[in-house]
Design a protein around this ligand. Structure first.
Ligand code: ZN
Length: 74
């Protein structure tokens, strides 16, 4: 299991859809990019249709060719 899979398996699945899968960080995991705890992990499957409804800080990485976002709400 790599680091990404460990993070996903520790988060709570919240929403699965054609555009993105969202997992909620209910256990206070640190973001692998900035090492601050993140709120949600979003695996983006169709990036052009993604519409983030809230203004938030986002750290981005790529896993298996899909953009993965770690959101930080203020
Ligand atoms: Zn971050």
């Amino acid at each position: 299991m790599d680091e990404f899979e460990e993070i996903v398996s520790s988060c709570t699945p919240r929403e699965t859809g054609p555009v993105a899968d969202t997992y909620q960080n209910t256990v206070g995991l640190a973001c692998p990019s900035c090492e601050e705890p993140f709120d949600d992990l979003v695996v983006v499957k169709e990036f052009t249709r993604l519409n983030l409804s809230e203004l938030m800080d986002v750290c981005a990485t790529v896993h298996d060719g899909n953009p993965v976002l770690f959101t930080h709400r203020k």
